[in-house]
Design a protein around this ligand. Sequence first.
Ligand code: CMC
Length: 427
Amino acid sequence: MSKIATLELDGKKYEFPVIVGSENEVGIDINKLRDLSGAITMDPGYKNSGSCTSEITFLDGEEGILRYRGYAIEDLADKADFLEVAFLIIFGELPTKQQLTQFENDIRKYTLVNEEMKNIIDGFPKTAHPMGVLSSLTSALTAFNPKVVNVDNEKEMYEAVCKTMGKFLVIATWTYRKMMGYPLNYYDNTKGYVENFMHLMFALPTGPYSANPVVIDALDKLFILHADHEQNCSTSTVRIVGSSHAGLFASISAGVSALWGPLHGGANQAVLEMLEEIHKNGGDCDKYMAKAKDKDDPFRLMGFGHRVYKNFDPRARIIKKAADEVLQTLGVNDPILDIAKKLEEAALVDDYFVSRKLYPNVDFYSGIIYRALGIPTDMFTVMFAIGRLPGWIAQWKEMRINKEPIGRPRQIYTGHPLRDFKPMNQR
Ligand code: CMC
C-alpha cells in the first residue's frame, strides 16, 4: 500500500503521496502543497529537498555508498576504464566491446575544435584562471555548433554526447597551454582518451612525448571517481540551466562555473594551497587545526567534510590507496604529503571533527596525486570538470528526456511592505 504523509497547518490537514526509491529512500511529494494550502516549504541549501527522481547515481552518505547505474564505485574504479564508465553513466548499461570501440571512434570524429576558437582564447590574459577560461570556451562552442539538439532523436542525442566528450577534453587542456604560453595541441586520434589528455597537456612541438602508463592509469581512476555524484551543486546547475531548454554546451558551461567554487570542486586547489601555506609557515599542523575549530576564524580545513557523506567518502578511500601507489611508483618524496598525513591523523581523532562527522573527502587526496603528476594547482578543478563531464551530460539528458519542468524555486519575501514613493528632495 502506498504511504501518505499528513501535514497540519492552521488546523487544516493536507495529505501528500510518499515516493519510495529503489534503495528505499523516502520522499514526500509536495508538488500540490502551494495549490492546496498557499504555503511553501523553506529549505535553504536544499538539504532536505529532492529536485528530481534519477536512475543514474545512488549515494548513501551515512553508509558511504556510491554506485553508478547500480554498479559499486569500488568495482568500476578497479575493473573498468573511464570511457566505459562514461558510456554506462550516459546510456545506462555497460558497453559491449564493440559498443565501446564504436563510442571511442565516434568521439574521435569530433575532436577537432574550430580554429576560430583560438581567437577567443587569445583574448584572455595568460593570468586568467583556467576554470574561467574553460567556462567561457565551453559556452563559445555553442557559437560553432548552433543547431539545437532534438533530445527525442536518439541519433542526434548520441552525436551531441560524442561531440561534447571530444571537444570538452581538448578545450580543457587548452586552458593550461594558454596559461603556460605553449602552442595549442590537437587530439591524436591514434591514442586513447585519457592518454590524449596527457598528450594534449604536455606534448611540445620541440620533441617526442610519451606518457607514463602508471600516470594514465591513475588519471583514469580519478576521472571515474569524479564521473557523477547525483544532485551536487554543479550538476543541479546543469539541470536547472538545461530545464529552460538552454543547450548542452551552455548548461555545461554553467556547471563549470558552479564547480569552480572552493566549497565544491575548487576545494582540490584549496587543499594544496592550504598545505603549501602550512609548509611555508613552518609546518605547524596544530596551529591550523586550532584555526579550523575557532568559530571567530573563517579558516576551514579544506578537503574535510561533505554535505552528504557523514561517515566516510568512499571515493576518498579508493583515491588514498591510488595516491599511495602512484607516489611509490613515481618515487615522489614531498614534504607537503607529510603535512597532509599529519592533518589527516589529527582530524580523525579530534573531537571537533569526529563529532561533526568531518572526514577527508575526495579532494583531499586528488590534489596530492595531481601534484605528483606535475599538474599545476590552478588546473586541479579543470581535472575535476573533465571527470565530471559524463555525469553532467547524463543528468542533462535524463532531465530533458523526462520532460522535467523549468526549475523555478519560490521564496518567502522578508523586505518592506508597500511604501509610498518618496520624491528625490524628501529622501
Ligand atoms: N573545517 C572546519 N569546520 C568545518 C569544516 C571544515 N572543513 N566543514 C564543516 N565544518 C563545521 C562547520 O563550521 C559547522 O560547525 P558548527 O556545527 O559548529 O557550526 C559544521 O562543521 C557543519 O558544517 P556545514 O558547513 O553546515 O556543513 P555543510 O554540509 O553545509 O558543508 C562542506 C559541507 C563540504 C561545504 C564543508 O564541510 C566544507 O566547507 N568543507 C571544506 C571544503 C571542501 O573540502 N569541499 C569539498 C567537498 S567534496 C567535493 C565535492 O563533491 O564538491
